[in-house]
Design a protein around this ligand. Structure first.
Ligand SMILES: Nc1ncnc2c1ncn2[C@@H]1O[C@H](COP(=O)(O)OP(=O)(O)O)[C@@H](O)[C@H]1O
Ligand SMILES: [Mg+2]
Length: 258
């Protein structure tokens, strides 16, 4: 390689390192769900238990429903009908509970909660995982926004992680960052630091209720196309209830015997 080419390569590498550092170190730009969330794509929401992941997914669905009349579905593993009905009763008409991917509506928002349970990393070769392979092209063709929710990415099918258009964080724990996939560690650490600042460095249990609510309402998000962090707040959806928050605990109980 000539000296000029070597220098060019060095500069190219440096500029990419610079870009990466900017992404990690710049202050996230404040935005809103409507401005930031794409109408079509794949989003992964991560964070600790009880930090508002499910609530955010429903807030996104409601925002897009109000703005563009988008329908939504919650995709569940195969569950008994009586349980499906119980979940459906907690939701407005425009949000349907489905157990079959063929029923995902064109132009809709698809919520896959506790996704690791449904698309586990260890089942990458399984039929379900192979079906998830072309997520992004499915989303584009059918104009869908697919939202996966998971505590962290370690247990999640790598096909999902590779295809996301955006990653959203609700407050993670330090352990999340330690056990995260390698390619995700810097970003998860950034998310950990970000939420430390939101709660002014206080341990979670010493935060006032108002502060805890602010933390739960806050999302740090990374857009994979712009490769920039942004932050926005969400209220809980108008139909949100504590029952809805708990259903996934119930579902893992119910599906044990199925
Ligand atoms: N944006 C928010 N504003 C205020 N409280 C919230 C918000 N999001 C979640 N919460 C509270 O936190 C609880 C847990 O939220 P949830 O979305 O079920 O957490 P996760 O899915 O991360 O386990 C909710 O039932 C609600 O009481
Ligand atoms: Mg949840």
């Amino acid at each position: 390689m000539t000296k000029t080419l070597q220098n060019k390569l060095k500069k190219w590498r440096e500029s990419h390192a610079d870009n990466y550092a900017h992404t990690l170190l710049d202050t996230p730009a404040p935005t809103t769900i409507l401005r930031f969330v794409p109408k079509v794509g794949v989003i992964l929401i991560m964070g600790d238990l009880g930090m508002g992941k499910s609530a955010e997914a429903h807030a996104i669905a409601e925002t897009l429903h109000k703005a563009y009349h988008k329908p939504a579905v919650i995709h569940l593993p195969i569950i008994p009908d009586r349980f499906k009905n119980k979940v459906q009763a907690l939701l407005p008409k425009w949000v349907k509970v489905v157990t079959d991917r063929k029923l995902w509506p064109k132009g809709g928002v698809i919520i896959i909660d506790e996704a690791a349970q449904q698309a586990h990393a260890r089942r990458t070769q399984s039929k379900e995982a192979i079906e998830l392979d072309n997520l992004l092209s499915i989303a584009r063709q059918r104009e869908q926004l697919i939202i996966f929710i998971s505590h962290h990415s370690r247990k999640l099918d790598p096909n999902i992680v590779q295809q996301v258009t955006q990653i959203h964080w609700k407050q993670p724990t330090y352990a999340h960052q330690l056990f995260e996939r390698d390619e995700m560690q810097d970003f998860s650490m950034r998310a950990f630091d970000f939420f430390q600042i939101v709660r002014k460095g206080r341990p979670w249990k010493q935060c006032t209720q108002a502060m805890q609510r602010t933390v739960k309402a806050t999302t740090l998000a990374l857009d994979m196309q712009d490769f920039r962090f942004a932050t926005f707040k969400n209220k809980v959806a108008s139909y949100w209830s504590e029952n809805l928050s708990c259903i996934f605990k119930d579902i893992s109980e119910v599906t044990k015997g199925v």
